[in-house]
Ligand binder design. Structure first.
Ligand code: FAD
Length: 468
């Protein structure tokens, strides 16, 4: 069977672009957090849309599972095998920029294009594609759209779904959905683009997308503000939002422990903050051409006057700005240097963030005394990466065996009580299949299953993911 699969795929894409089980597929079957380990029947790397269609037609006919894969940076195990008999369809060879239209503010790119390359293509035309996340050097458009990625600019520009105007996708039976329109207004029925975006590869294989571009800001004004508590951070967010409107393009919260950890591990060449504080808010204002310099400084001055804050530092150079952003972006990485950690990508209404952090931290401390809460993230989106590092000196394996599941339960209980979501931006994949079944509205689950059955009746696209 394996030989047949390899030979058939080689006949479609050429022998150089098929990988058989063995060491050659290692990078395709292991994912960033190394939680899921399973081989695949093959990895196939199509170079044209027609090849993707031929692969789907063949797989559908023989009932073979296909797993679309982009940069393999997803954090919920959606892009790696579950059973071991699936074929990974790796899209990096489909990476062309098909067209850029600065006047219309659109770019059409293929699914395998790396996000950073899309940024560069937009910038070359004096425009900006604002999806911005730490994995942008490896994550690819098909994967970003399929996981409806967020990142640090959602506050002003929206997530991947809001940045997508149209998609082209191969369906389970090999038909091509030609949805690459660039229309702002199109009321001709169901929004199929919105269905494919965020579907985690379970409804179609995206081959290209038309994305929204924006004018590049002339400059960024960036600051790290000392805040006494998450409640103060939310008040500061409201004040800055009132004064800066949609030009407030980032508002990120980081706890003091994050700074201590990064300085201790030599990840920052110097402390980027204005001095000790229990929490820090990284705020950014994007100034358009003709806007007044110093706008963020005067908004922060208003926060001082309102006694909301008592210290802040403004970036005075690109190096300062880069260091401030590194401080925020290195939060995940630094935790891996501090032993075992338990992570939650959750969202609640913005006003409920202080309650989430307070109640979640108390529940975790009651379970595992000495545990170190490290909540950080996107305050403006209500999206907190509610992570916990093991107590100092604890044995990581024992800590995980004892507390991993119980901590998840405790945090998701708080999130659901506060009207939040158990997956803000990373998705469901393999990681949260059982959780989704438990917490999602039953009617919503029935609708999702009906859509899946209609578009992929044999269940060949990313089997077992999301809906189980
Ligand atoms: C350091 C780091 C930081 C991150 N920060 C963020 C963040 O701030 N915000 C955020 O939202 N995510 C973040 N992520 C998660 C990850 O980068 C995103 O989920 C990204 O969108 C995945 O893109 P990818 O190309 O790697 O997709 P993959 O991991 O390859 O795949 C992800 C999903 O998309 C599907 N897929 C891939 N290509 C296609 C296609 N062409 N058609 C259909 N389905 C497809 C896969 O089957 C899978 O379900 C981060 C990850 C890392 C490692």
């Amino acid at each position: 069977m394996t030989i047949d699969i390899i030979a058939t795929l080689a006949a479609i894409v050429g022998t150089d672009h098929v990988i058989a089980p063995g060491p050659g597929m290692a990078t395709y079957i292991s994912e960033p957090r190394r939680r899921f380990h399973q081989t695949a029947a093959a990895v196939v790397r199509p170079g044209t849309v027609a090849e993707v269609q031929a692969i789907a037609r063949w797989a559908n006919e023989h009932g073979i599972g296909l797993i679309p894969q982009g940069g393999n940076t997803g954090l919920v195990g959606a892009q790696v095998p579950l059973r071991g008999d699936e074929v990974i369809v790796s899209l990096p060879r489909l990476d062309r920029v098909r067209s850029v239209d600065p006047a219309a503010g659109t770019i059409t790119v293929e699914a395998g294009a790396i996000l950073e390359h899309v940024h560069a293509a937009a910038e070359a035309e004096g425009m900006m594609f604002p999806l911005w996340l730490a994995s942008q050097g490896s994550a690819r458009i098909g994967g970003l759209l399929s996981s409806n990625a967020g990142g640090v600019n959602v506050l002003a520009y929206g997530n991947a779904r809001e940045l997508t105007m149209g998609v082209e996708a191969v369906l389970a039976d090999g038909r091509l959905y030609q949805g690459l329109n660039a229309l702002k207004k199109d009321n001709t029925g169901y929004d199929l683009k919105d269905l494919l975006v965020g579907a985690e590869g379970t409804l179609g294989i995206i081959t290209a997308a038309t994305l929204k571009l924006f004018p590049q800001p002339e400059d960024h004004e960036t600051a790290l503000v000392n805040v006494a508590s998450p409640a103060r951070a939310v008040e500061l967010f409201q004040l800055l939002r009132e004064r800066l409107g949609g030009r407030l393009t980032a508002f990120e919260l980081v706890p003091a422990l994050g700074l201590d950890m990064q300085l201790r591990h030599g990840m920052l060449d110097r402390d980027p903050t204005a001095g000790p504080s229990p929490w820090y808010a990284l705020v950014e204002f994007s100034r358009m051409s003709g806007g007044d310099p110093g706008t963020l400084a005067s908004a922060i001055e208003a926060a001082f006057t309102a006694a909301l804050i008592d210290n802040a530092v403004l970036a005075e150079s690109l190096a300062d700005r880069t260091r401030m952003w590194a401080f925020r972006e290195q939060m995940s990485e630094v935790q891996s240097k501090e032993g075992a950690s338990v992570k939650h990508d959750v969202s609640v209404p913005v006003a409920a963030i202080p309650a989430l952090i307070e109640q979640g931290s108390a529940a975790a401390e009651a379970l595992a005394p000495g545990i170190r809460p490290v909540p950080f993230g996107h305050v403006g989106d209500g999206n907190i990466h509610f992570n916990f590092s093991q107590p100092v000196g604890a044995d990581g394996k024992t800590f995980m065996a004892q507390f991993d599941e119980a901590l998840h339960e405790a945090i998701y209980d708080v999130v659901l009580r506060l009207g939040g979501s158990v997956s803000a931006e990373h998705g469901i994949g393999q990681l949260k299949v059982d959780l989704l079944k438990r917490v999602k509205d039953p009617v919503a689950l029935e609708m999702m299953r009906a859509i899946k059955a209609a578009l992929d009746p044999k269940g060949i696209l990313n089997p077992g993911k999301m809906l189980g």
